[in-house]
Design a binder for this molecule. Structure first.
Ligand code: SF4
Length: 344
């Protein structure tokens, strides 16, 4: 079943990898490394970006991580600028946490269907109708939506935060991912009103085809991101955030894994476990088509060429109204404090 919001946006076609010889690629990589030193900048990349970009971030002292860790790393880095390879809300989160730094992205056209599905005006009106509820939004939202929220959460901490609110007797508005909200609601029993957004990558995983793949690979552990439909989550051995799935791929003894998230994550999984086999969970079912095919079309916009021009381009810097950023920092800080408290 497609969501009510599924046809509301135009999705970019998934770009093919950039066509260049290995010499050209190496030369581009070297010029990016020189640029990072010259500009006193760090490269922070998301797990779903191209392996070339992830390896560059690692080789240059940057980081490859989930969205929160990217922003945390950027905040602690001594450089004056950050290049955030990911999607726009990640650049915005980095700017909110590090307002004094220059935040550039390979392209600001790289956005996210969850962010797009939750426009601030509609969302704010919705929240106003249920003013007795605590507003919890996922990190995959605009700075304006974060500023309207009481809490910001990532997939890694969402269950714990909702559990905490449930124990306090709070009723919740959850936005924007309906599948993740549904999963958390089932796990915690919390009273949650769900916004009907979705990630086009995870929404496309198909349970029937996945069940067949499991029969064909009975020794494989099934790793599923909770932005996937409930019928797919039901087939999982491990449900978790990107970081939690990477950890599971390292720690489980299985030699084969079926992975239901963006396949960009395999770069890191393979790095930790070079001898293990990672199989993409099916997205289209037999004979069907897919829009993302387990590769986020917006993440794919982060090309080496755009990255190399990050300081020459004029339309790729993140700016946020300081008042809005200050307001958005409140629910973000609440999550960071909660997370720090948990680690004690
Ligand atoms: S993979 Fe999904 S949640 Fe992540 S940026 Fe792409 S559309 Fe958004």
């Amino acid at each position: 079943m497609s969501s009510p919001l599924a046809e509301k946006f135009e999705y970019p076609a998934t770009l093919p990898p950039e066509s260049m010889s290995s010499e050209e690629k190496e030369s581009l990589r070297e010029s990016i490394k020189a640029m990072l030193i010259r500009e006193d900048a760090a490269l922070v990349a998301h797990y779903y970006t191209d392996p070339d970009i992830q390896s560059l971030a690692e080789e240059t002292g940057g980081c490859v991580a989930d969205s929160l860790e990217m922003a945390r790393f950027g905040n602690q880095h001594n450089g004056s600028s950050l290049i955030v390879a990911g999607v726009k809300f990640m650049g915005e989160t980095s700017k909110i946490l590090s307002p004094e730094k220059r935040i550039l992205m390979p392209t600001l056209d790289a956005t996210c269907s969850l962010d797009l599905s939750c426009p601030i005006d509609e969302f704010s009106t919705f929240c106003d109708q249920y003013s007795d509820r605590t507003v919890v939004v996922y990190a995959n939202t605009s700075a304006a939506v974060k500023a309207r929220a009481d809490w910001v959460v990532t997939s890694g901490i969402a269950l714990d935060v909702i559990d905490h609110l449930e124990a306090e007797g709070k009723k919740v508005i959850w936005a924007p991912d309906r599948h993740l909200g549904n999963y958390i609601q089932k796990q915690t029993g919390a009273d949650m009103l769900l916004w009907q957004g979705e990630c086009i990558v995870h929404d496309e995983f198909k349970s029937k085809a996945l069940a067949e793949l499991i029969i064909q690979n009975p020794d494989a552990a099934v790793l599923v991101h909770p932005e996937s439909p409930a019928s797919v989550i039901e087939l999982a051995d491990v449900v978790g955030s990107t970081t939690q799935l990477i950890t599971a791929s390292r720690e489980l003894a299985n030699q084969q894994f079926i992975v239901a998230t963006d396949m960009g994550i395999v770069y890191k999984m393979q790095q930790y476990s070079p001898d293990k086999i990672f199989i993409a969970a099916p997205t289209g079912g037999t004979g069907a088509t897919c829009r993302s095919c387990a590769h986020c079309p917006w993440m794919r916009m982060n090309s080496l060429s755009l990255l190399a021009n990050a300081f020459e381009n004029t339309d790729n810097e993140i700016f946020i109204d300081p008042v809005l950023a200050e307001r958005a920092m409140i629910p973000l800080q609440r999550m960071l404090d909660f997370s720090a408290e948990q680690k004690r």
